[in-house]
Design a protein around this ligand. Structure first.
Ligand SMILES: Cc1cc2nc3c(=O)[nH]c(=O)nc-3n(C[C@H](O)[C@H](O)[C@H](O)COP(=O)(O)O)c2cc1C
Length: 143
């Protein structure tokens, strides 16, 4: 079955005082749905923005993205890319959460953002690459 990769970014609408619990809720629900739907990927939160990679069968990725777009916990959901891929980048992650460690924040500087790191400046390939690098580091740290 052909596998597709979708990349988007969006702006956070969740108040900071409830952000941690909302993020936990988003990840729990995502992992439950994505296991069912054979979707893998990674989610990043930074400076008021989300970036997410979803990979899986086209119809299921599109259905998940429809639900995600309806979710009022974020807005200005911007699709950056949707294309067939040769293989999954996040085969082991129903939905990894990346980019939240102090070391990661330092890394953003290498992408040219000293402060107010703004995901809207990235295209789909660049965001995919950034999330992949963060995921590889996190898997290494956990090993
Ligand atoms: C930033 C963000 C990322 C999300 N990622 C996913 C995801 O990967 N998969 C998913 O099923 N839902 C995801 N959701 C949740 C959906 O928006 C929606 O709440 C959920 O799919 C509803 O599932 P239900 O119809 O089974 O209740 C995400 C929501 C947000 C705000």
């Amino acid at each position: 079955m052909p596998i597709y990769r979708l990349v988007y970014y969006s702006r956070n609408h969740v108040a900071l005082d409830v952000l941690a619990s909302e993020l936990a809720d988003i990840l729990a629900k995502s992992r439950e749905n994505n296991i069912r739907d054979e979707i893998t990927g990674a989610l990043m939160f930074n400076a008021g923005c989300f970036a997410q990679v979803l990979e899986g069968p086209l119809e299921r990725v599109e259905a998940a993205f429809e639900r995600i777009q309806q979710d009022e916990r974020h807005g200005e959901v911007s699709l950056l890319s949707l294309e067939p891929i040769a293989g999954r980048s996040f085969p082991n992650w129903a939905m990894g959460f990346v980019g939240a460690s102090a070391a990661d924040v330092e890394r953003y500087a290498s992408f040219g953002a000293a402060s107010g790191f703004d995901l809207s400046r990235f295209d789909g390939d660049e965001l995919h690459q950034l999330l992949l690098e963060l995921a590889i580091e996190e898997e290494r740290a956990a090993a």
